[in-house]
Design a protein around this ligand. Structure first.
Ligand code: URA
Length: 451
């Protein structure tokens, strides 16, 4: 069948049979289906969705487009990973991977770069002087065996079809689609050859999924899809109305993560990290219970064990491990500009999306995947939704390359931080997410609301 016929059938809402869809996808991989045809197909999928069978075909085509790794070793601790659907100030991986290694599981973590208003773990790690994320797969496996965790970029020979599709989705308005996100993430994690996966499905202003129902639907789709591919997965739906933690920007986020690795919070970052950690096999001991396991993990943050793993990982990946004891060794921006509260009152919202765009405006993020980022710039927030503020008090500190970038970021912050004269309603969506950042748990058995 002609590529154009398949596009028309999908456009009109028909289900494509597995062999037709597969030959279209393989044709795109091999250059026989043009970018403009695949762009049209992606838009048709965006509007029409995919049936379970079509989703399975797409995911398989991605997995089989490249190499497959295998970190499973009989008798060794389980190899696990975490993937987030993206957010602002999300430095969870930097804390979680060393913490899990200190808890005795193995974490071969493959991460991505930031795009648009969202940050990426690789950009954050590369703000550590000397740190390399492009190490070869044999060295990667050795570091996982020795340190318990390693953090690298997605190898280009793993799921190359996803890489090609993602590049097109990025420029055709087709990123926020449940089947396209689910197949992209699950295919990469299956090809990684891990035993179990925990998914952080972000929800709210700064996430791809703005509404809880959408986030839950994405979580269910990924858990089920991973299960069908033989990868045990659970998902947590976590809040992304306000940025996670207080720092947004690469080196600033490493600094905050290092603070958390030493047991110094912030509390929302610690809450999300511990909740994700205890979803993975090999972390909660038999008969221990969730609360006791989380207390034990907090102990690994406070006694330096997790921070020590991070220092070892940095050293093995070519970076300067002294940043773990002295975050002053991280690069810093030349300009720091205080941003004052516009009025006296209460903070009703700190919009994650606008804060992310402000950081991007400063140079911390990128509009296209191939652009470079500035590791030094970003924003430190001094307030959270629900806090009282006095007019003129510093509510954010902008780290910038120059005064005009600081000015542009301040204009974004004005839209992000909403101060009103009255105290916010404790039942408002922003304050509910503030009280509990982890809202739902989705497993193969079903969903659980956590509040
Ligand atoms: N992260 C991915 O890896 N893929 C997507 O499609 C979206 C977020």
């Amino acid at each position: 069948m002609l590529a154009s016929e398949l596009i028309e059938r999908k456009r009109d809402g028909e289900e494509l049979e597995a062999d037709s869809l597969r030959s279209f996808l393989d044709g795109f991989r091999d250059g026989d289906v043009a970018d403009y045809q695949m762009s049209a197909m992606l838009m048709a999928i965006y509007f029409r969705g995919l049936s379970d069978a079509e989703l399975a075909t797409l995911t398989r085509a991605m997995i089989e487009s490249g190499r497959r790794l295998d970190f499973r070793r009989p008798g060794a601790p389980p190899a696990v990973d975490k993937h987030s659907t993206g957010g602002v100030g999300d430095k969870v991986s930097l804390v979680l991977a060393p913490l899990l290694a200190a808890a005795g599981v193995r974490v071969p973590m493959m991460s991505g770069r930031g795009l648009g208003h969202t940050g990426g773990t690789l950009d954050k790690l590369e703000s550590i002087p000397g740190f390399r994320t492009d190490i070869d797969l044999d060295d990667f496996a050795d570091i996982v065996d020795d340190v318990g965790c390693a953090m690298v970029g997605q190898s280009p020979d793993l799921t190359p079809l996803d890489g090609k599709l993602y590049a097109l989705r990025d420029v055709t308005g087709t990123v926020p689609s449940i089947p396209l996100i689910a197949s992209s993430i699950v295919s990469k994690k299956v090809a990684e050859g891990i035993e179990a996966l925990v998914l952080d499905v972000t929800c709210g202003d700064g996430a791809f999924m703005r509404e809880e129902e959408e986030a839950l639907a994405l979580a269910r789709t990924m858990v089920e899809l991973a299960g069908r591919e033989g990868l045990a997965a659970t998902a947590l739906v976590t809040g992304m109305d306000a940025p996670l933690g207080r720092a947004v920007g690469n080196a600033l986020e490493v600094r905050e993560a290092v603070g958390c690795l030493h047991g110094g919070g912030p509390s929302d970052l610690e809450e999300v990290t511990l909740a994700l950690a205890t979803e993975l096999p090999g972390v909660v001991r038999e008969g221990e219970g969730l609360a006791a396991a989380r207390d034990r993990l907090r102990g690994l943050l406070r006694n330096g064990a997790a921070a020590d793993r991070f220092a070892r990982l940095i050293e093995r990946q070519g970076g300067d491990p002294s940043v773990v004891e002295d975050p002053g060794a991280l690069p810093a921006a030349p300009i720091r500009a205080a941003w004052p509260a516009p009025a006296t009152g209460w903070v009703h919202a700190v919009g994650a999306r606008e804060v992310g765009l402000a950081a991007m405006e400063l140079g911390a993020g990128r509009g296209r995947l191939e652009q470079a980022v500035d590791p030094t710039v970003g924003i430190e927030l001094r307030v959270r939704p629900g806090d009282p503020v006095e007019e003129g008090a510093e509510i954010a500190l902008i780290h910038a390359r120059d005064a005009s970038a600081a000015h542009r970021a301040a204009a974004r912050l004005e839209r992000a931080v909403r101060v009103e004269p009255d105290r916010p309603d404790p039942g408002s969506s922003a304050l509910r997410w503030e009280r509990r950042r982890v809202r739902y748990r989705v497993t193969a058995e079903g969903d659980e609301a956590l509040d």
